[in-house]
Design a protein around this ligand. Structure first.
Ligand code: IMP
Length: 431
């Protein structure tokens, strides 16, 4: 059997592009789905047998019995949240067996209960910048990792783990209390955490690098699943209003320990418009009644936090930047149905920055001053519930997607026109 390549899927905007749904669609083509970054700050929504399920840390391949699912080295694992997610999924889908198909990297870092409180403290304290995080402690866990103070998953098997982690958590706890952060009782927190650790020990904790590289060598097909999205990348996003991990395609190699020479297709998912949750610049943002209308129609409320998402038109300079950074080979546009029935659809074609026109976002200190230059398209109107092929798509929508594919110089290969599994159309027109 010949060596296979690892394909990578990333979000091209500010998250919530519908990555989970598209992964679910292409899953049958893969043997392994592996999460490479982030933690339970993600919210990948999938419909399984008409049940709406939001995955936070579990990879989106979990619904297919033939797929092995990996929580990779580049992720951060909150044992309590993972336990809840597994138990909740087992409760909602009792006929789905997935625990034996789940593998966790020994080298992934743990999110400690105190990290969540520290995240909340940083968000509320006047001494620190407010980012609008999901308050899951993800940034604090990555900070511990880079300070080399972190605990990794395999550490839970070491003799001194309980004492060491208790010492670290207690110190953080006292600091938080001193700073006025409201906390639960320390002993209760510690007891709960140790129960969660005992649960984690029952799962398959393995050398995922070895597992994934060996799998590729034996011809197994891997899909690397990105969480959050390009504009939230810690280095290339709109810093400081970003997440705490690298979200772009190259991070899949680092986060999973797969060499760049072993990568294949890079899928980039984006919505037909733009959304952002949390603070930070958003050049194509809409602040009128139309934003409210689209928010309701598109159900644009955080799947993780329930926060209303900010809404804007599609931002082409930001998309050009994202396509460049990721080296996208195939584009997927989602939520075309949400714009259905509008007389016209706008799109930010360029920015004006300091009096100059910009085709591609630079996402530097000028980003928050970028003024959108709009282009208007004819709106589309159709009954999307009956569309099953490309030929049935309204002409105006075809014009819109052909324009995007030409501008981004990448084939637009799939279009999502509704929330259900069946609502994905493979495209030939933009190849
Ligand atoms: P954190 O990742 O919780 O630290 O939050 C940092 C920023 O990333 C905030 O603006 C969050 O709203 C945003 N963010 C984190 N995860 C997601 C996601 O899955 N979708 C959309 N935004 C996210």
């Amino acid at each position: 059997m010949s060596t296979a390549k690892m394909d990578i899927l990333v979000g091209l905007q500010w998250g919530d592009e519908g990555k989970g749904k598209f992964i679910d669609h292409i899953c049958p083509e893969y043997d392994i789905v592996a999460r490479f970054n982030g933690g339970a700050n993600a919210g990948h929504t999938i419909f399984w047998e008409d049940k709406k399920i939001t995955l936070k840390l579990l990879p989106s391949g979990i619904f297919y019995p033939h797929i092995q699912n990996v929580i990779g080295t580049g992720t951060v694992v909150n044992p309590g949240q993972l336990k809840n997610e597994i138990e909740q999924l087992a409760f909602t889908c009792p006929e789905l067996t997935f625990k034996e198909r789940l593998f966790i990297s020994k080298k992934a870092h743990l999110v400690l209960p105190t990290d969540k409180y520290r995240d909340s403290y940083f968000e509320h304290s006047d001494d620190y910048r407010t980012i609008g995080t999901t308050k899951n402690g993800i940034g604090c866990a990555y900070a511990n990792k880079f300070l080399r103070h972190g605990f990794r998953v395999a550490d839970i098997y070491t003799d001194g783990f309980t004492d060491e982690v208790e010492k670290v958590m207690h110190k953080a706890y006292l600091e938080l209390v001193e700073n006025g952060q409201e906390m639960i009782d320390f002993n209760a927190m510690m007891d709960e955490f140790l129960k969660d650790i005992a649960y984690l020990k029952q799962l398959s904790i393995i050398d995922t690098e070895l597992f994934l590289n060996t799998s590729l060598k034996t011809g197994k097909r891997i899909l690397a699943e990105g969480a959050q999205a390009t504009m939230l990348d810690i280095d290339h996003g709109s810093y400081p209003y970003v997440t705490s991990s690298n979200t772009i395609a190259s991070a899949a190699c680092v986060g999973l320990g797969i060499p760049p020479s072993m990568t294949g297709e890079i899928f980039g998912v984006f919505k037909a418009y733009a959304t952002r949750v949390g603070d930070g610049p958003f050049p194509s943002e809409l602040n009128d009644g139309l934003a409210d209308e689209l928010r309701t129609k598109g159900n644009e409320f955080g799947s993780n936090t329930g926060r209303p998402r900010r809404i804007g038109w599609l931002d082409l300079p930001a998309l050009r930047y994202a396509v460049m950074l990721n080296g996208i080979t195939r584009l997927i546009m989602t939520k075309a149905d949400v714009l259905n029935g509008m007389d016209s659809v706008d799109l930010c074609e360029q920015y004006e920055v300091n009096g100059e026109l910009q085709e591609i976002a630079t996402v530097d200190d000028t980003f928050c001053t970028a003024l959108p230059k709009w282009k208007t398209f004819e709106g589309w109107r159709s009954d999307f519930s009956t569309i099953t092929s490309e030929q049935e798509l309204p002409r105006e929508l075809r014009t819109y997607i052909t324009f995007l594919s030409d501008q981004l110089e990448v084939p637009l290969s799939y279009l999502s026109i509704g929330p259900k599994r069946k609502d994905i159309i493979a495209l030939e027109c933009c190849r």
